[in-house]
Design a protein around this ligand. Structure first.
Ligand code: PLP
Length: 502
C-alpha cells in the first residue's frame, strides 16, 4: 500500500515517509492509493480486543512496517496504565435510549486526541529508523488547548524527539493552561504567545518555511515535524474505534447482522475525527449516516447543505473551543475522494479558499456528500440546555463538545425520525470544561478552577479524573510569554539549548 497526495494523484510514497513528512511537498494531504476491504472479516474481528484490532487495522495501511513494529507501537501507546482500563475506549448506553456513547477520553489528558497522539510518537520514531534518518525530530505545535497537552503527553520522554508547544496566552481555558504549564518530561517546552490561535499557527508556518532556521536545525541534527491532525499517522488510529464500536454493538446484540447499518454523530472541528469514520465506512463498515455536529462556527453545516465552503464570516469563541475553527483542513481529503480524485480540480478549489475565502463544489460532488453526511449546529445556549437535559433525563454528564453532538442528533431525529442505531462520539471529560458544565447545571459557580471541580463532583457524584485533581499540587514549570513576532527567536534559543544539552 502506498500513498498519493490530494494535489498530486501521480505521487507514490511509503507509509513511513508519509508519517515523517506530515504534509506533501506541493501542499496536498497524503492518502492511501486504495482502501482495504474488511466487510467479509467483521465476524472474525468481533473476537478481538481493542489492541489486537488496532494492530490488524494498522497493518493494512502501514505496509512497510513489520508486524512486530506495529505491535510494539500499539502496546506502547495503550498499555502501561496510560488509559483507565485495558480497553482504552468505553461504550455506554445513554440512559435506556438505545443510543450509545463512545467515550474516547479515558487517556492521560482526558480528551479524544490521546487516542491518536499516544500512538503517533511511536509510529514517527519507528518511521524515522526505517528511513535511516539519523536526525531527531523537533515537533512544533500550535494549539488552542487539547492538542498541545495531548502532544506533550504523547511525546514526553520519547527517544529522539523534542516538542515545543505554543498557545495563545488568552485563548485557552485556565485548566488547559495549567495542564500544559505543569507538563513534566525532559524533551518538552511550552510557551505562551500574545495573540490569538491564528497568530501562533501563522508563526509556526513561518518557521517551517524559514530556510536559515531549517539549516541551523539540520546542522544540529534535527528536522522539523508536525503533530497536526492532517498527519496520516493521526488519522489512522482513529479508524480503529469506529470499527470497534460497531463490533461492540454486535457483541451486545444491538446489531444482528454485519449488514445492519449504524449512524455516527461526531462533534467536529478540523474534520479529522469524522473523516476517520468515513474511512471505516469505505472499508466496509455498514454506516447509514455520518452526522457532522458544529458549534456556532457552522461553516461545515452550511457546506454540507449548500456545497459552498465560505470561511468569510465572524469567528466565535464558544464553550466548545476545540471546535472553534473556520478552515477544517481534513475536509480536503473527503472532497478529493468524492469529486473523482482529480488533483487539478481539487487544487483549484483550495486556491479559491486561500485567495477568495471560498469555493463551490460541483453538484455531483455535493449529492455524494449529502448521501452520507448530515450537518447541523448548536449555539452555546442550546449546548447548555442539552447538558442540563441530558443529565436530568438520562443521568449522563456530558462535556460541551459532546453536548453539541447530542444537540445536533436531537435535531436530526426530529427532522428524520431515523431509527438506525446510533453511536455518539464523546470527545472530552466533563471535568476538562468544568466551568461551562457546572454553569449549565446551576447558577452557583465558584471562582477558582478547583472549587468548580469540587462543585461539579458534589452536585453530580461523578468522580473527576485523577489527572485533573492532581494538577492542583503540581509545580508550574513554564511561564514564558512572548510577542507573536518572537516565535522564530524562541525556537532558535531552544536549539542552542539542545546543542549544549547533548
Ligand atoms: C479536537 C476536538 C474535537 C474536534 O475534532 P476534529 O478531529 O478536529 O474534528 C472535538 N472535541 C474535542 C474535545 C476536541 O479536543
Amino acid at each position: 500500500m502506498r500513498y498519493k497526495s490530494t494535489r498530486n494523484s501521480e505521487l507514490r510514497q511509503e507509509a513511513s515517509e508519509v508519517i515523517v513528512k506530515g504534509i506533501s511537498e506541493e501542499g496536498g494531504l497524503f492518502l492511501p492509493e486504495s482502501i482495504p476491504d474488511l466487510s467479509n472479516e467483521l465476524e472474525d474481528l468481533a473476537k478481538l480486543d481493542y489492541l489486537s484490532l488496532a494492530k490488524r487495522i494498522l497493518a493494512l495501511y502501514l505496509t512497510d512496517f513489520t508486524e512486530e513494529e506495529i505491535s510494539r507501537c500499539v502496546d506502547a501507546a495503550y498499555t502501561g496504565g496510560k488509559f483507565e482500563r485495558d480497553e482504552p475506549v468505553q461504550i455506554k448506553e445513554l440512559g435506556n435510549s438505545g443510543t450509545y456513547m463512545l467515550e474516547l477520553w479515558h487517556g492521560p489528558t482526558c480528551a479524544f486526541k490521546d487516542m491518536a497522539l499516544q500512538l503517533l510518537p511511536h509510529l514517527l520514531t519507528t518511521a524515522l529508523q526505517k528511513q535511516n534518518q539519523a536526525k531527531k525530530a523537533l515537533i512544533l505545535v500550535a494549539t488552542s488547548g487539547d492538542t498541545g497537552k495531548a502532544a506533550l503527553e504523547g511525546f514526553r520522554d520519547v527517544k529522539d524527539t523534542e516538542v515545543i508547544v505554543f498557545y495563545p496566552e488568552d485563548g485557552v481555558s485556565p485548566m488547559q493552561k495549567l495542564q500544559m504549564n505543569t507538563q513534566e518530561g525532559d524533551n518538552v517546552c511550552v510557551c505562551a504567545v500574545k495573540g490569538n490561535f491564528d497568530d501562533t499557527q501563522t508563526g509556526i508556518k513561518t518557521i517551517f518555511t524559514d530556510t536559515e532556521i531549517k539549516q541551523q536545525l539540520y546542522d544540529n541534527g534535527y528536522f522539523f515535524s508536525s503533530a497536526n491532525s492532517i498527519n496520516w499517522g493521526r488519522l489512522l488510529p482513529q479508524i480503529v474505534y469506529y470499527v470497534y464500536s460497531y463490533l461492540e454493538l454486535y457483541r451486545i446484540g444491538k446489531v444482528k447482522n454485519f449488514t445492519d447499518p449504524v449512524n455516527f454523530i461526531v462533534p467536529t472541528g478540523n474534520f479529522g475525527n469524522i473523516l476517520a469514520a468515513f474511512y471505516a465506512g469505505r472499508m466496509g463498515l455498514p454506516i447509514h449516516k455520518l452526522i457532522c455536529a458544529s458549534n456556532a462556527n457552522n461553516v461545515l453545516a452550511d457546506f454540507i447543505s449548500t456545497g459552498v465552503y465560505d470561511k468569510r464570516r465572524e469567528f466565535y469563541a464558544t464553550a466548545s473551543p476545540s471546535m472553534d475553527i473556520l478552515v477544517s483542513s481534513n475536509l480536503e481529503r473527503l472532497i478529493y475522494m468524492l469529486s473523482g480524485e482529480d488533483s487539478a480540480v481539487l487544487s483549484e478549489w483550495m486556491t479559491g479558499l486561500s485567495t477568495e475565502g471560498q469555493y463551490k463544489v460541483d453538484d455531483e460532488t455535493k449529492s455524494r456528500i449529502q448521501a452520507l453526511f448530515y450537518g447541523d449546529f448548536c449555539t452555546d445556549e442550546e449546548t447548555k440546555q442539552v447538558i442540563r437535559n441530558t443529565y436530568r433525563d438520562r443521568g449522563y454528564l456530558s462535556d460541551t463538545h459532546t453536548a453539541v453532538a447530542l444537540g445536533v442528533y436531537d435535531k436530526y431525529l426530529e427532522k428524520t425520525g431515523d431509527e438506525t442505531p446510533a453511536v455518539v462520539v464523546s470527545t472530552a471529560s466533563p471535568y476538562k470544561f468544568a466551568r461551562h458544565v457546572l454553569g449549565s447545571l446551576t447558577d452557583a459557580v465558584p471562582q477558582g478552577e478547583f472549587d468548580i471541580v469540587t462543585g461539579l463532583e458534589e452536585l453530580t457524584r461523578e468522580v473527576p479524573q485523577k489527572q485533573i485533581t492532581d494538577l492542583k499540587g503540581k509545580k508550574q514549570l513554564f511561564d514564558t510569554v512572548i510577542e507573536k513576532d518572537e516565535m522564530s527567536a524562541f525556537v532558535k534559543k531552544q536549539l542552542a539549548r539542545l546543542k549544549d544539552h547533548r
